[in-house]
Design a protein around this ligand. Structure first.
Ligand code: FE
Length: 220
């Protein structure tokens, strides 16, 4: 699947995830983009030809929408507490994710580990590729042109805007995701949490820390 096709299929399925607030209902007068119309036409054709049913499409969207960053947090918490699992995660992240009930069949998953010397952060400079099977849908800022351009050019400044102030000694590595490769950041385990169980640690691990724009903080 090319990036363009992926963009149409994944990003424009006529279901705006950013607007689930409680604003008064508005008339549906949104102007659809070229790819939204293309995606809709493709969906209608596939249904008309009997290749998929409308219910299967709905079910796939429902399933996708139900994934939360808790999946990624379980994987990271286990890696922090189980060195054998961590070795597997770093060697074969697809297998490690599958072992935790989060299969990632369509992409090569790569785990990148933060250390005292290296901080990793992920982006998709082209569109919004993201480890959706582990973190759910990407936040709107991740998809923004601003983030996609600036995190590559001035990562330290962007991280500071997220409240992540890294020392100049720390090397920042920016990983550009593609249709084929997705990254999961394994954040640094905060000091003072060594005695905590994986279940307890899990609740500390946030979505943004697995994207790499934030660090995990010890409970106060
Ligand atoms: Fe993308």
């Amino acid at each position: 699947m090319s990036e363009t096709q992926h963009g149409a299929a994944e990003h424009d399925h006529g279901h705006d995830h950013g607007d689930h607030g409680h604003a008064p209902p508005q008339p549906d007068d949104k102007v659809h983009s070229y790819y939204q119309i293309l995606g809709q036409a493709l969906k209608e054709l596939l249904i008309e030809k009997g290749i998929v049913t409308a219910d299967e499409v709905r079910e796939a969207i429902e399933k996708r929408d139900s994934i939360t960053p808790a999946r990624g947090a379980r994987i990271v918490a286990r890696a922090w507490t189980d060195p054998i699992y961590k070795a597997l995660l770093m060697r074969d992240a697809n297998q490690a994710a599958a072992d935790m009930g989060a299969p990632t069949p369509n992409t090569h998953l790569v785990a990148v580990e933060n250390t005292d010397a290296v901080h990793n952060v992920i982006v998709c400079t082209l569109c919004s590729c993201y480890p959706r099977e582990l973190l759910g849908l990407p936040p709107s800022w991740y998809k923004s042109r601003q983030y996609r351009a600036r995190i590559v050019r001035e990562p330290r400044a962007v991280l500071r805007e997220f409240g992540t102030d890294l020392s100049d000694e720390v090397e920042i590595r920016v990983h550009d995701s593609t249709a084929d490769i997705r990254y999961l950041v394994v954040p640094l385990q905060p000091k003072g949490t060594e005695a905590m169980s994986a279940d307890e640690l899990e609740s500390l691990i946030t979505r943004d820390s697995m994207i790499g724009v934030a660090e995990v903080k010890a409970p106060t």
